[in-house]
Design a protein around this ligand. Structure first.
Ligand SMILES: Cc1cc2nc3c(=O)[nH]c(=O)nc-3n(C[C@H](O)[C@H](O)[C@H](O)COP(=O)(O)O)c2cc1C
Length: 218
């Protein structure tokens, strides 16, 4: 059993009452080798509506156990309240956050989770979802996160200025349509730059593109 509040934290929304997410939401996370989730802040208690296989593998929780519940089930007695507050603040202010917080797997094993939480906007500029992605890092090894940050920054240097700009905007939660409007490009051109950026970085999902941009701090 998890050391946290999971057993006393039933689904806010029964999983069967959650509409299947649109395909573009599933596409965001499904192909990612990094544990990734999507939550819907328009539903009571901001529950998860989708998780990928890597999240199941990392945490031991199945899709059925996660969908409909707020992601706080990963927290437990050793979770740092000030780091949870940072995530809460990012959620409240619709800003991407990256913190290294103590979490617990389903079997109670603690792990240091470099968790990213970032907003995703809909076509009408309204907040629609939050993306979360979780990477297990070794306890006390801050060189891992510094290494990740440096690697992320180096990788982004390989992008063309346009690809970089599109990546930065995608990471701030904008959809292709909005990026196109902001940069005065067609949606098709934005899609192309985004596709090329992903290819250059070796990514199969946009969730990874968001994560690298936030890791690099762009
Ligand atoms: C998409 C998303 C992913 C999240 N992932 C994690 C996570 O991996 N670990 C964690 O401790 N909190 C995570 N959180 C934060 C928790 O869901 C919750 O907001 C936080 O624990 C505060 O809980 P409280 O509302 O009970 O104060 C995530 C939040 C969102 C919106």
């Amino acid at each position: 059993m998890n050391d946290g509040t999971s057993s006393s934290d039933p689904a806010a929304v029964p999983a069967e009452k959650i509409d299947p997410p649109p395909q573009w939401v599933l596409d965001l996370i499904e192909g990612s080798p990094i544990a990734s989730v999507v939550s819907d802040p328009r539903l009571p208690d901001n529950p998860l509506i989708a998780i990928n296989k890597a999240f199941e593998d990392l945490t031991g929780f199945s899709k059925e156990e996660c969908v409909g519940r707020n992601c706080r089930f990963l927290a437990g007695s050793g979770t740092e309240p000030w780091l949870t507050e940072k995530i809460r603040e990012g959620v409240r202010e619709h800003k991407p956050v990256l913190v290294e917080i103590l979490n617990y797997k389903k079997d109670g094993t603690p792990f240091r989770n470099a968790v990213l939480v970032a907003p995703i906007y809909g076509d009408e500029d309204q907040l629609q979802y939050f993306l979360g992605s979780q990477v297990e890092i070794a306890e006390g090894d801050s060189s891992v996160s510094i290494g990740r940050q440096q690697r992320a920054a180096e990788a982004l240097k390989t992008l063309s200025p346009r690809q970089f700009e599109v990546t930065r905007m995608v990471a701030s939660g904008l959809r292709n349509k909005q990026v196109a409007a902001e940069l005065g490009l067609s949606e098709k051109t934005v899609k192309m730059h985004r596709g090329l950026a992903m290819e250059k970085l070796g990514f199969t999902s946009s969730a990874d593109l968001v994560r690298i941009a936030v890791e690099a701090g762009i």
